[in-house]
Design a protein around this ligand. Structure first.
Ligand code: ATP
Ligand code: MG
Length: 341
């Protein structure tokens, strides 16, 4: 069975895009509890807190966001006996391997990363001067996160395509130079929901760290807030309800959200709304998302009441992750020519 690994940053609050694009598939990728694969934790998930310091951050908020996100992931359906959940900074191998792979990844590769190019374009030369070195280098941290666990598949949203591509390139380069060491990973995307757009700006993806409260549906938003945000979503000119990302980005986004939330195909949804108006569609999308999140919200409230249990879970997760990653890290040191202690 292929090892699955993925991560999420505690940079803000979990939103609909994270859930539809990634977390939902993490939950589904967990092996059945009774198989031997489950005991080896073939599905590994990580709150990647080391990634949260590449932009200015508040220490108290980071700690809070890390616990909240881990609790929410459990509430979403990650289960202790079917997968592993841990906090990245609890496993030193991630930071260590990043330094080692900094000797393999190139300046040119990092300079070509979309996130870095976009930021540079927006901020200009002077703005880039004050970006943290971590902002430039975090893709190598992400490569390390992935290859440390012999990961075959990385379930992610569409925006992570380039990062997983870098992980493949670095793994292949390392293997060619030092001998077969890393499994070469591949990204897996959901058929629908891989790129949920901001409700107010359907040309930009929904994001935790973008300040767009009205355009972002949080998993913990109360039902009234969810319905209101969807009601005021930006739609397109004309009144036809059809899926066309280029011509009708706002409506297409709503159709996709409804399709994934209810498990119906895009065509099925389109057929259902023939001759009907945007108001009908928005009402139904609101209802579907409220229903989708209700069980998660309830479970979150239960889990939040037991902080000791969360700490226990994360401790178990970190112990197993350390154990799983240690042989790979040791092999990397050896093959690169470092003398054993
Ligand atoms: P940030 O703005 O801090 O980067 P984010 O919302 O992009 O936050 P990440 O922690 O970077 O969230 O990504 C976690 C996972 O969620 C990744 O697999 C990513 O591809 C996925 N994801 C993020 N935004 C969306 C979106 N709008 N639609 C679908 N998937 C998404
Ligand atoms: Mg992101």
């Amino acid at each position: 069975m292929a090892r699955v690994f993925s991560g999420i940053q505690p940079t803000g609050e979990l939103h609909l895009g994270n859930y539809l694009g990634a977390v939902r598939n993490w939950v589904d990728s967990q092996p059945a509890a009774s198989t031997p694969a489950a005991r080896d934790h073939e599905a590994i998930f990580c709150v990647v807190d080391l990634h949260a310091i590449t932009m200015p951050w508040d220490p108290a908020e980071l700690a809070h966001a890390t616990r909240r996100l881990a609790t929410l992931l459990m509430a979403s359906g990650l289960e202790e006996d079917r997968s592993l959940l841990f906090v990245q900074s609890h496993v030193r191998a991630h930071a260590e391997l990043t330094w080692l792979l900094n000797g393999i990844a190139t300046f040119g590769e990092l300079r070509r990363m979309t996130q870095f190019k976009d930021k540079s374009a927006k901020q200009g030369e002077a703005g880039v001067e004050s970006l943290s070195a971590g902002f430039f280098d975090y893709p190598v941290l992400m490569v390390s996160d992935i290859v440390l666990y012999d990961t075959a598949e990385v379930p992610v949203g569409d925006d992570q395509r380039q990062h997983v591509e870098l992980a493949r390139d670095v793994a292949i380069r390392f293997n060619a130079r030092f001998g077969d060491t890393f499994v070469v990973p591949k990204a897996v995307f959901p058929a629908v929901g891989a790129r949920v757009m901001d409700l107010q700006r359907p040309d930009a993806k929904m994001s935790k760290s973008e300040n767009s409260p009205q355009g972002t549906i949080l998993v913990l938003d109360p039902p009234k807030a969810i319905e209101k945000k969807i009601k005021s979503a930006v739609t397109d000119s004309g009144s036809e309800i059809r899926h066309d990302r280029a011509e009708k980005p706002g409506v297409s986004n709503l159709i996709e959200i409804l399709s994934v939330s209810t498990g119906r195909s895009i065509e099925d949804v389109e057929r259902d709304y023939e001759g009907r108006g945007y108001g009908d569609l928005k009402g139904d999308v609101g209802e579907a998302v409220v229903e989708l999140f209700a069980p998660m919200q309830e479970r979150y409230r239960e889990l939040r009441a037991d902080e000791a249990e969360l700490r226990r879970l994360l401790r178990v997760g970190a112990d197993k992750a350390r154990e799983t990653s240690a042989p790979t890290l040791r092999q990397v040191y050896e093959r690169m020519g470092f003398v054993a202690p």
